[in-house]
Every structure is written in structure tokens, then in C-alpha cells.
Design a protein around this ligand. Structure first.
Ligand code: F6P
Length: 366
């Protein structure tokens, strides 16, 4: 029987989204199934009038030609408009949230969609998990995020690209920091997990790496920089995860809107200012931010994305639902969405990369 699969991409974009979409479409086509893309998360269904094509894009083989290497997502994405907690203004002008998932189910029925392949991070997979509990639709999740903070998968696509680019940037900062005898503080994304900071910091031989999992003591960081100075190393590179916080201190938050996750950022500037005062050395801070999410996926991320996309279609072929495809080397497995939704994979303090950092003399601020 011809299956009709809806695909969506939700949350922050990540390099590799287009490769997943292409793999899903080609693997489905091979089985004689049809694919449709929902625009901008679920917005294509919730606000169809905003789109000339009614918010749903037909994904045939032509539509996914030559997109494997492209960053972003041809479907568009959003980290607003969660259908389970959709922000609306009540009659008094107060903002509140309502559940609009019934509209998604109705649209699926009307269009004859049998299945949803939801490509996203924690938020999107939590939504996918809820939809998978409704009747009449099979749901498969595909783990995406540059943050690598999803449980039960060794890796998410987008992470390798983010780490590779951060590493290149930090390499470049080394030479200018050394020429000017400066401390350069580099803030990287990652939300509440330190994976990007840790992996890029170790790979680029940073002097200090501050991650959310290890609250930092700024005096210890300054001490490390003074030690380097005493050894004739007149510059230092400090990599700070956006979710890092001082011992007994708070996260640096830029803001939050209704129905959205809080926006992190600003810790790099704070660390730079404090180190400037404590060491008397000239200090600069750089925020890599969304540069880590843009651009084309690395080969590792492309391959992972293609493997995930094809595995998602195989899962449907096997009659599965309510699962996420997951990397469990050397295999791609399926894990219940229930186990992934709302959970977070933080950096274990005894993991090999942390031990390596300590053995190399990199300060973790503790
Ligand atoms: O989850 C991916 C991520 O890039 C985080 O690292 C970061 O905190 C957040 O998204 C930024 O989101 P936005 O696109 O709303 O700025």
C-alpha cells in the first residue's frame, strides 16, 4: 500500500538536515511511498494561509536533488510555535498557551498522511513523542542538534560540524592572541551541556575550558593564566560554553519568550572582564554563536544524516512507531521516544575527554 509520509524539521537548524530529508525521500521512493514536507516546524499546518503552497511541500526526487551538502533546511524551521503549548493572547490581551495538536491530527487525516518523521532536538522530539500517542499516525524521530545533548544516541548530526568549525576558529585565535599577548575568551553554543566547548577546546589545545557541568572558580582560571605567564606563555585561550556558570552563581541568560526555551549568552564577556581585572592582561572576547549552526555539514555529519534518514524509513517499513533512530556504533538502532523526551545528555565528569583535558594540563576552572 502507498504510504504518505510527512516530514518536518523543528528547533534550531543544524548542518545535515537536508541530507536527512533527501535520504528519507529516496528511501521512501524506493518503496513506492510518497513524502510531503511541513514548512517551518508545524507552522505549515497551523498557519497554512501564510504559504503559497498551503504550508505543505511535495517532496519528490527532484525536490531533494543536490541538497545533501547544503546547510540549513529546505523546509524551514522554528523554535517557536510548539503545537502543544501554542502562545495566544486571551480576550484581556494576556499571553497564554493552548494545545493545538488536534489541528495537526486533523490535517494528517484530511491529507491521508500515515506517518510523521520528525527531525529535531529535545523540544521537537518531546512533541513527536506526544503525537505518537495519538491514534492513526506512526511517528519516528531523528536526533538533530549541534549541542549533542540527546540521550541514547552516541551522536546527533550537526555536532561534528559545529566542533570542527569551532576548532578552526580557536586555531585562528591562537595566532592573534599570541601576537598581541592577549587573553582571548571564546564563547560557544551548547545550551546546558559542554560537549562543543570540551571537544573543540581539547582539539584546539585551549588553555582553559569552562563547561556547565563544572562550575568555575574565576580565581583558579586567573591562576592558570598567571602560571602560563610565568612560563613565558604571554597569551591564553579560554573556551567557555554558553551554559557555564561560576561556583554558586547563575547562568547568563539573554531573555525568554512565552513557549520558548531561555536564550543563553553573555558568559564569555563576563569571564573576559573578570580575567582582565584579575591578571591585568589585555583581554578580548568572541562569541561564535550561530556561525556554529551554519554552513555545510562535515563528511561525518553528512553520512550520519543519510544513515539516520534511511533508518527512519526502514523503521516505518518494520511497522515501528514512537521511536527515535539512534547511533549505537557500529549500528543505527531505535530507542523509544519516551526515553529521550525531556532527558538531557550532559558531559560525564569521568569521561575520557575530561580525563584527557586534565592530563594535558588544561584547566577546567575547578
Ligand atoms: O540548540 C541549538 C542551539 O544552537 C543552542 O546551542 C543555542 O543555545 C540555541 O540553539 C540558540 O537558539 P536561537 O536560534 O533561538 O538563537
Amino acid at each position: 500500500m502507498t504510504k504518505k509520509i510527512a516530514i518536518n524539521t523543528g528547533g534550531g537548524d543544524a548542518p545535515g538536515l537536508n541530507a536527512v530529508i533527501r535520504a528519507v525521500v529516496l528511501a521512501a521512493y524506493k518503496r513506492g511511498w510518497e513524502c510531503y514536507g511541513i514548512r517551518d516546524g508545524y507552522n505549515g499546518i497551523l498557519s497554512p494561509h501564510e504559504y503559497p503552497d498551503g504550508g505543505i511541500m511535495t517532496l519528490d526526487r527532484m525536490a531533494v536533488r543536490g541538497i545533501t551538502h547544503l546547510g540549513g533546511t529546505i523546509l524551514g524551521t522554528t523554535n517557536r510555535g510548539n503545537p502543544l503549548q501554542y502562545p495566544v493572547q486571551d480576550e484581556n490581551g494576556q499571553w497564554t498557551t493552548i494545545d493545538r495538536s488536534g489541528e495537526i491530527m486533523a490535517a494528517f487525516k484530511e491529507r491521508g498522511f500515515d506517518a510523521l518523521i520528525a527531525i529535531g532536538g529535545d523540544g521537537s522530539l518531546t512533541i513527536a513523542n506526544e503525537l505518537s500517542k495519538r491514534n492513526g499516525i506512526k511517528v519516528i524521530g531523528v536526533p538533530k542538534t549541534i549541542d549533542n545533548d540527546l540521550l541514547h544516541t552516541t551522536a546527533t548530526f550537526g555536532f561534528d560540524t559545529a566542533v570542527s568549525f569551532a576548532t578552526e576558529c580557536i586555531d585562528r585565535l591562537h595566532s592573534t592572541a599570541e601576537s598581541h599577548r592577549r587573553i582571548i575568551v571564546v564563547e560557544v553554543m551548547g545550551r546546558y551541556a559542554g560537549w562543543i566547548a570540551l571537544d573543540s577546546g581539547v582539539a584546539s589545545t585551549a588553555d582553559v575550558i569552562l563547561i556547565p557541568e563544572i562550575p568555575y572558580d574565576i580565581l583558579k582560571v586567573a591562576e592558570k593564566i598567571r602560571e602560563r605567564e610565568a612560563l613565558g606563555r604571554h597569551f591564553s585561550i579560554v573556551v567557555v560554553a554558553e551554559g557555564a556558570k561560576p561556583v554558586g552563581g547563575e547562568l547568563s541568560i539573554r531573555g525568554q519568550s512565552l513557549g520558548q526555551a531561555e536564550r543563553l549568552g553573555g558568559v564569555g564577556e563576563k569571564v573576559a572582564a573578570a580575567l582582565g581585572e584579575l591578571t591585568g592582561q589585555e583581554t578580548r572576547s568572541v562569541v561564535l554563536g550561530h556561525l556554529l549552526r551554519g554552513g555545510k555539514p562535515t563528511n561525518t555529519d553528512r553520512l550520519l544524516s543519510l544513515r539516520f534518514g534511511a533508518a527512519a524509513v526502514r523503521a516505518l517499513d518494520e511497522g515501528l512507531s514512537g521511536v527515535m533512530v539512534a547511533l549505537n556504533p557500529p549500528r543505527v538502532d531505535y530507542v523509544p521516544l519516551e526515553q529521550v523526551a525531556g532527558a538531557m545528555k550532559l558531559v560525564p565528569l569521568d569521561c575520557d575527554t575530561i580525563l584527557t583535558a586534565r592530563d594535558l594540563g588544561i584547566s577546567l576552572g575547578d
